[in-house]
Ligand binder design. Structure first.
Ligand SMILES: NC(=O)C1=CN([C@@H]2O[C@H](COP(=O)(O)OP(=O)(O)OC[C@H]3O[C@@H](n4cnc5c(N)ncnc54)[C@H](O)[C@@H]3O)[C@@H](O)[C@H]2O)C=CC1
Ligand SMILES: O=C(O)C(=O)[C@H](O)COP(=O)(O)O
Length: 378
C-alpha cells in the first residue's frame, strides 16, 4: 500500500512506514503521476485537495497536518467516501508564541508596556483561546470576537468586531478562511476596518492572508496611517506583494506554526487518524520523537518583568530571524517555499526549563507555558 506524504512533514516516513510504503513528495506542485497507485495522501496547506486533483485515482484517505482546512474540498471527499482528517490545534502554541515574540519586540522598540494595552482577539479557537489565557496571566486586557461560538452559546464575553476595532490597541486575527456564508472571513479586515483602527494600533494576521485585504492595507500604509503591522500570511502566497512587505513592521513566510513540536503534532495527529481509519489504532507519544533542544535549562533571578520575559521568549524564538530571511529572499521565484522547506529547528517555550529564585516568577512562567520551577538557592 502506497502512502504519499508531503516532504515537509517531520517524522512522516518513520510513522507511516508502520502502515505501508511511504513516498515523500513536494506539496506545491504535487507530482500528480504519484497519485495513480496511492491509497492515502498526507498533505500540508500548500496542496489544493479537490476533484481536479483526485478524480480517477484510488486515494481512500486524505490527511492534512494543519489546523486550517481551506485547501481541502471536504464536501467532495465526503461525497466520494474518502476518509479525511485535519490536525486541529497541532500548532496553536507555536502561533501564540509567534504573536508574543512579535509583540514583545514591538513593545521594546516603541517603549510601551503590554500591560497598558488592550488586545482584541478575532477567532477564539485553539490559537485565540491559548493567546487569551497567556495574555490574561500577564494581566493584559483582552476583548474577544467569535460569532460562531457566541451563536453556539459557548461561555465567554464575546463582543462584536466593531467593539474590538474601536477599543483594541492590538487586533490579532485567528479565524479560518471562509470565502462565503454567514461567518465569512474573506477580507474581514477591509479598508474601512483598517482605517477605523485606533491611531498607533498594531494589526496582526497569522491565520490566512485573505482575511486581511492586502491591497487595502498597503493603501492605508502608503497613506501614512499610524499603524504597526505583523503579517505571517499573505494575499496571495507564495507571490506576496513586495511593496507591502517593505511597509510592514514584521513580515514572515507563513511560519507562525512552524515549531518542531507543532509540526510533529500535525504528523502524529494525522498518523493516528489514518491508523484508526485502517482499524489499526495507534497512539504516538510526542516526547519519544523530539530531540533535546539546544538550550535546555537556565536560572533567573528576581521578579518577572516585560524585559525579562522578552529575553526568555526571544531566547527560544526571535521572530526577527524570520523577518530578515523573508526580506532577503523576496522577489526571487521559489524562495518563499524554500524558506519554509528549509526552516531551521524552532522549539516551544515548554522546551526551556527555567530555575527561578522567586516563587511568583516560577508560577507565572509555568502559566505562560515555560518549564519553570522555584529553586530558592540556585
Ligand atoms: N500562520 C500559521 O502558521 C497558522 C495559521 N493557522 C490559521 O489560523 C486559523 C485559526 O487556527 P485555530 O485557532 O487552530 O483554529 P480553530 O478552528 O481552533 O479556531 C478558529 C476560531 O475562529 C472562529 N471563527 C470562525 N469564523 C469567525 C468569524 N467570522 N469571526 C470571528 N471568529 C470566527 C471559530 O468559531 C473558531 O473558534 C486556522 O484556521 C488556520 O487557517 C493555524 C495554524 C498555523
Ligand atoms: O496549520 C495551519 O493551518 C497552517 O497554516 C500551517 O502552519 C501551514 O503550514 P504548511 O502546511 O503550509 O506547511
Amino acid at each position: 500500500m502506497k502512502i504519499l506524504v508531503d516532504e515537509n512533514m517531520p517524522y512522516a516516513r518513520e510513522l507511516f512506514s508502520r502502515l505501508g510504503e511511504v513516498k515523500a513528495v513536494p506539496g506545491r506542485p504535487l507530482p500528480v503521476s504519484e497519485l495513480s497507485d496511492a491509497e492515502a495522501l498526507m498533505v500540508r496547506s500548500v496542496t489544493k485537495v479537490n476533484e481536479a486533483l483526485l478524480q480517477g485515482h484510488g486515494v481512500k484517505f486524505v490527511g492534512t497536518a494543519t489546523a486550517g482546512t481551506d485547501h481541502v474540498d471536504q464536501a467532495w471527499l465526503a461525497q466520494q467516501g474518502i476518509g479525511f482528517s485535519a490536525a486541529p490545534g497541532c500548532n496553536a502554541i507555536a502561533v501564540v508564541e509567534y504573536v508574543f515574540s512579535a509583540l514583545l519586540m514591538l513593545a521594546e522598540r516603541d517603549g510601551f508596556a503590554l500591560r497598558d494595552r488592550t488586545v482584541g482577539i478575532v477567532g477564539v479557537g485553539n490559537v485565540g483561546s491559548r493567546l487569551q489565557a497567556r495574555l490574561e496571566a500577564l494581566g493584559i486586557r483582552t476583548l474577544l470576537c467569535d460569532p460562531p461560538r457566541k451563536d453556539r452559546g459557548d461561555d465567554g464575553d464575546f463582543q462584536p468586531l466593531e467593539t474590538l476595532v474601536r477599543e483594541a490597541d492590538i487586533l490579532t486575527f485567528h479565524t479560518p478562511l471562509y470565502k462565503e456564508g454567514q461567518y465569512k472571513t474573506l477580507h474581514m479586515a477591509d479598508e474601512a476596518l483598517i482605517a477605523s483602527l485606533k491611531p498607533g494600533a498594531i494589526l496582526v494576521n497569522a491565520c490566512r492572508g485573505p482575511v486581511v485585504d492586502n491591497a487595502a492595507l498597503r493603501r492605508r500604509l502608503e497613506a501614512g496611517q499610524a499603524l504597526s503591522t505583523v503579517l505571517d500570511v499573505w494575499e496571495p502566497e507564495p507571490d506576496l506583494d513586495v511593496e507591502l512587505l517593505k511597509r510592514v513592521d514584521i513580515g514572515t513566510a507563513h511560519i507562525a506554526g512552524y515549531t518542531l513540536e507543532g509540526k510533529a503534532r500535525g504528523t502524529t495527529q494525522v498518523f493516528e487518524a489514518y491508523s484508526t481509519f485502517l482499524g489499526q489504532s495507534q497512539q504516538v507519544a510526542l516526547d519519544t520523537l523530539l530531540p533535546t533542544p539546544d538550550v535546555v535549562r537556565l536560572a533567573v533571578h528576581g521578579p518577572l518583568n516585560q524585559a525579562l520575559l522578552k529575553r526568555l521568549a526571544h531566547l527560544v524564538y526571535d521572530v526577527r530571524r524570520d523577518d530578515a530571511l523573508l526580506r532577503h529572499a523576496t522577489g526571487r521565484p521559489g524562495e518563499f517555499d524554500k524558506l519554509r522547506k528549509n526552516y531551521a529547528e524552532r522549539r516551544e517555550w515548554s522546551s526551556l526549563y527555567v530555575l527561578c529564585d522567586d516563587a511568583a516568577t516560577a508560577a507565572l512562567l509555568q502559566k505562560l507555558g515555560f518549564g519553570a520551577v522555584h529553586h530558592p538557592s540556585h
